[in-house]
Write a protein that binds this ligand. Structure first.
Ligand code: MSP
Length: 630
């Protein structure tokens, strides 16, 4: 059986966990669950990093011994992982005997490799980061680039690791194995660090009491970062070359955020090379969750209340949002508005309504799940799409493109909604065998969707399966290779709404669509339920004039290729008529016409609106007028 070993960083216990830690851990959980669903033998490790000056300082402030402090904080992590339904197989604490035994063995080997020597270290140290910065990295302010705190100048005698010796091997490694570090943007960053020249690193501290002593000089404690990296093997019983170590090392993925990439891509592989151990297959460094552009962190005090969100929306929607909303790999700016919008559109509307609608139609028209006895060409398309979605999903999961993977599943969800619309299944009462076939296919599609969603929303997937009348057991990725996993004759469950819609008006500010407070007409005609029916087309504005007596409205003629539309748009405070002529914008083309100030508007242009700021949605590259936007 193939194995899959995935890790998260071990998190510092200097404070309780926050959403940033949860983000990485949920992503790793999704991957672990996905590989289990494929039938692989998975080991998913997370844990806590408990040594170092920083933790000692917090314990001192609290007036308790550091071990007691760690014993208080470590459970806040395990409790959170339980709450978030994280399926980690193991949890490593660096104060454990297991870790200490592995560290003793590893650093003895490192010493024996001949790459350790004694020297004098001078540097600028940031305590919360537990790392040194060069003057260049500190910039003009002289403060840590992450925490924006002042750094300490430190001079001490300690042991060094001859990192420079591995520079060429590391360059070779990254050049010959581009997927060693993902995403590609991080690779370029690391290559420039490597090619501009490395320095040897100090691996011990004489001035830090809270740590693990060097096996070859117990007067010095091991520098917390070099000690922490080794957790990825100490947890596998490396000290005795245990079965786990032999089966699961090297790791498939070390998952983390971008600020700790260098430790994992440069220092960790070099240390492994020195002791002659195989290297992890991939370091994946995703972006930061930010709020107002700053990394969310306890030090900056800009954390998000996870309990509140989970209470209001449920755990799985919480997991879904963070995996879907932000491009995995890039930074993502959190707002509650984005949460509600995503929840309503994807979960309440696309998925929730589909399930309720199909179950509603079934219970109204059938006693039990009918067999698909009257197929048609359109059904083939659906079956084909299910297979293609499984294939795409696999590729995207292998690339750790988690948000795109979900979008691909949603293309299928929306396709099934359209299938219901196109076949007008509700009107086929006189043709029960065709109606039954369509509803069977919709139910089978929901089964396939539930399998796809299992890694992301395990509880929701199980609830969907229970509403389909099946057990979660056996619903794995193999089961979607074949259409027809649902048996005809199953009892029909009553649909229980999984995602009650949330009121947009509870949001602090409505930020989408045109300003609806005055002259409101166009955007009242379309509801969120109809979003899936939106016909969006590229239209070129060929003429524009101000609507008399209005500061806000422009009357536009928009060319859609084979027709022209007159549009009244509330954009005049931002755009003068001559600014918009020639622009290719995005038009809602199937919107019921409306009169605005007595002028007929035959559609609606999309724009991003924030307070008084407005920006038309345009296309990135010229494309024929009338092209569908999907
Ligand atoms: N102890 C080290 C890691 C040692 S691994 C051998 C450490 N700990 S940490 O508590 O600071 O955790 C950093 C990690 O937490 C990030 O790399 C990321 O995985 C996660 N995140 C913390 N804040 C985050 C965001 N605001 N956004 C995304 N991830 C974040 O560094």
């Amino acid at each position: 059986m193939s194995t899959f070993y995935i890790t998260t960083p071990i998190y510092y216990v200097n404070a309780e966990p926050h959403i940033g830690h949860a983000y990485t851990t949920i992503a790793a959980d999704v991957l672990a669950r996905y590989h289990r669903l494929k039938g692989e033998s998975v080991l998913f490790l997370t844990g806590v990093d408990e040594h170092g000056a920083n933790i000692q300082k917090v314990a001192d402030e609290k007036g308790i011994p550091p071990q007691e402090y760690c014993d208080q904080i470590a459970p806040t992590f395990t409790k959170l992982w339980q709450k978030l339904n994280i399926s980690n197989d193991d949890f490593i604490r660096t104060t454990s005997d297991l870790h200490k035994a592995g560290i003793a063995k590893f650093f003895t080997k490192l010493y024996e490799s001949g790459d350790i020597y004694r020297g004098k270290y001078e540097g600028h140290y940031c305590q919360p980061c537990e790392r040194f910065y060069t003057e260049k990295e500190l910039g003009e302010s002289g403060t840590c680039p992450i925490h924006k705190l002042s750094v300490e100048k430190v001079v001490e005698e300690n042991y060094f690791f001859a990192l420079t010796k591995y520079q060429d091997q590391l360059i070779d490694l990254i050049q010959s194995n581009p997927s060693f570090i993902e995403p590609a943007s991080r690779r370029n960053e690391i290559m420039s660090v490597l090619t501009s020249g490395l320095q040897d690193i100090s691996i011990s501290r004489s001035s830090v009491d809270w740590g693990i002593p060097l096996p070859f000089d117990p007067d010095q404690n091991i520098y917390v970062w070099t000690e922490a990296l080794v957790n990825y093997i100490t947890a596998l019983d490396y000290h005795v070359d245990g079965e786990k170590f032999r089966r699961f090392w090297p790791a498939n993925v070390h998952m983390m955020a971008k600020e700790i990439t260098r430790f994992h891509v440069i220092i960790w592989p070099a240390m492994l090379m020195a002791v002659g151990l195989p290297l992890p297959q991939q370091i994946f460094a995703h972006g930061w969750l930010t709020k107002d552009g700053d990394k969310i962190s306890k030090t900056l005090g800009n954390v998000i209340d996870m309990d509140e969100l989970i209470e209001e929306f449920g755990l799985d929607p919480f997991r879904y949002f963070f995996m879907r909303e932000f491009s995995f790999g890039n930074d993502g700016n959190y707002t509650q508005q984005r949460f509600v919008t995503r929840y309503n559109s994807d979960l309440a509307n696309d998925l929730g309504n589909l399930l309720n609608r199909v179950l509603g139609l079934l219970s109204k028209n059938f006693e039990v799940l009918p067999d698909p006895i009257q197929p048609d060409a359109i059904d083939e398309e659906i079956k084909q799409m299910a297979l293609e979605t499984a294939e795409k999903l696999d590729q995207l999961m292998n690339q750790t493109a988690l948000d795109v993977a979900l979008e691909t599943v949603w293309e299928f969800v929306r396709r099934i909604n359209r299938y219901i619309q196109q076949t007008k299944v509700w009107s086929l009462k006189d043709d029960p065998s065709r109606m039954g076939t369509i509803l069977y296919n919709a139910m089978e599609a929901l089964r396939v969707i539930s399998v796809f969603l299992t890694p992301f929303m395990p509880q929701v997937a199980a609830k969907i399966q229970s509403q389909l009348g099946i057990e979660a057991k056996g619903q794995d990725l193999d089961s979607v290779q074949e259409w027809g996993g649902l048996a005809g004759g199953l009892p029909i469950a009553k649909g229980i709404p999984l995602f009650p819609k949330k009121d947009q008006n509870r949001m602090p500010q409505k930020e989408t669509g045109l300003d609806s407070s005055t002259d409101a007409t166009v955007d009242n005609l379309i509801t969120i339920d109809q979003v899936q029916d939106l016909e969006l087309r590229v239209g070129q504005i060929v003429s524009a004039e101000l609507v008399p007596d209005s500061e806000r409205l422009l009357k536009l003629i928009v060319d859609l290729g084979n027709e022209q539309r007159q549009i009244v748009a509330g954009i005049a405070r931002t755009y003068a008529p001559q600014d918009v002529i020639g622009k290719q914008a995005v038009l809602v083309a199937n919107l019921q016409p409306a009169k605005i100030r007595g002028i007929e508007s035959q559609g609606m242009l999309l724009a991003a609106v924030r307070k008084k700021q407005l920006s038309l949605v345009t296309v990135d590259q010229a494309i024929p007028n009338g092209t569908l936007v999907s």
